[in-house]
Design a protein. Structure first.
Length: 433
């Protein structure tokens, strides 16, 4: 019998997790059971994905850069990557601003609801504001300074330091290009083999994906706040979701225009990574799978995926920037403020920068939102307003973050002549050994 495609298996896992949690929520010991006996498997699944992220970046990027043979190609690809990432982010913020100004969800919040929300989530909001405070106090060149690690083992030991690992891998790859070929050969062969092993590990981890997402979603449902709060924030959530859907259409369109690849081809190749992004809320955890899908199923060569995708996972967060724009204006509206054009243009700039600075982990976009709010003179306490629905929106925006990285990698690959035919035609057979 033909095995069910991976994205269907993951979807079934997700739905089963939700249904199971809804049933268990009606039983006395149901919630404790899920938290004690199901949730740990979700955590293990995410840990496994994160576990291979750093070795994967190191191995594939060193291999990718050294395969380029020529440093000028690297700077050409780097320039195109950063520019395309910036353009997609500005598009995302603009879409977000347009929608929130048209629908104006903030004006439908009554003063009572506003006070109630601010009261219930004040503590959570304060802790995010404190986290953001640390980032705000940094000097203008702090980001550049942070790019260069003083110790590679220290950098590699923290998944939050992905950019430092990327820096080291590129630097090492450049060194490898510059030494005589004979001397470089064994080092390259080592990283080739290392890379193969990591890719096999991703295959193995993906076999557990349907069970992993079951556990993640079941835990999420039993731990989520009451439905009433969701309703009060429904319009705000709808604005974010509409914007995110428009962004997905935007990606499909640009991929089609620049690479002539159909939306169906793109979505078929990407759907397991998108479902994983939804379930884990983390582009960093999804990165290994994104890289594998883009390379094997969308036909982007490794020299490009190994460079464009890890950088994208850390700096290109279109979903996050769109959400930050909507959230900032929504909070302003809920507090009865009117934002003029100049302030809104300021939001485009700060949300773009804030999304670059957001870590690729759950909830990171909200911390950086504090900075967007502060710049626009919107009360930071307003963060408490949107807390209740942040997790589901985080799940959705992470899907867009990951999809954006994949689309840009296809476009950059096409522009440097590195977009070929996918290695895996039947897009699931590499998981069915
Ligand atoms: N969870 C998002 C990501 O990892 C970041 C965020 O918007 O909070 O891509």
């Amino acid at each position: 019998m033909k095995k069910l495609a991976l994205h269907w298996q993951i979807l079934i896992g997700m739905v089963a997790g939700v249904v199971f949690a809804l049933i268990m929520a009606n039983i006395d010991w149901g919630k404790t059971f899920i938290v004690n006996w199901i949730k740990p498997f979700g955590t293990i699944f995410i840990n496994l994905l994160k576990l291979i992220a750093v070795p994967l970046i190191l191995a594939s990027l060193i291999k990718g850069v050294s395969d380029l043979k020529d440093i000028s190609k690297l700077s050409q690809m780097g320039g195109r990557t950063i520019i395309t990432y910036l353009i997609t982010t500005v598009v995302a913020v603009s879409i977000g601003l347009a929608i929130v100004n048209i629908i104006q969800p903030g004006y439908s919040i009554t003063e009572d609801t506003r006070n109630e929300l601010v009261e219930s989530y004040k503590g959570d909001a304060d802790s995010r504001i404190a986290q953001a405070e640390e980032q705000k106090n940094a000097g203008p060149l702090k980001a550049l300074e942070d790019l260069v690690p003083s110790n590679i083992f220290k950098a590699a030991s923290d998944n939050g330091n992905m950019l430092q690992v990327i820096f080291f891998a590129i630097f090492f790859g450049i060194g490898l290009i510059l030494i005589p070929e004979n001397t470089a050969k064994p080092v390259k062969q080592f990283f080739d083999g290392f890379n193969e092993v990591i890719l096999k590990l991703i295959d193995l981890i993906m076999l557990a994906a349907p069970y992993g997402v079951f556990a993640l979603l079941a835990a999420l449902i039993v731990e989520s706040p009451s439905a009433d709060l969701f309703l009060a924030l429904a319009w705000y959530a709808i604005c974010v979701v509409i914007g995110l859907i428009l962004m997905i259409f935007f990606y499909l369109l640009i991929v089609w225009i620049f690479t002539k690849k159909s939306p169906k081809f793109f979505m078929n190749g990407m759907s397991p990574a998108q479902l994983l992004a939804f379930s884990t809320s983390s582009s960093a955890a999804t990165l290994p799978v994104t890289m594998e899908r883009v390379e094997e199923h969308l036909g982007v060569e490794e020299e490009v995926t190994s460079f464009v995708l890890p950088i994208g996972a850390t700096i290109n967060m279109d979903g996050t920037s769109l959400y930050q724009a909507v959230a900032a204006v929504f909070i302003a509206q809920a507090f009865g403020m009117h934002l003029d054009l100049a302030t809104q243009l300021g939001i485009v700039a700060t949300a773009t920068l804030a999304s670059i600075g957001s870590a690729a982990v759950p909830g990171a976009g909200m911390v950086m939102l504090v900075i967007v709010l502060a710049q626009a003179g919107i009360p930071e306490a307003g963060l408490a307003l949107i807390f209740a629905v942040d997790r589901p929106l985080d799940m959705c925006r992470t899907v867009v973050n990951v999809t954006g990285d994949a689309s840009v990698s296809m476009i950059v690959a096409k522009s440097v002549g590195k977009l070929g035919e996918p290695k895996v035609k039947n897009w699931d057979d590499n998981y069915q050994h």
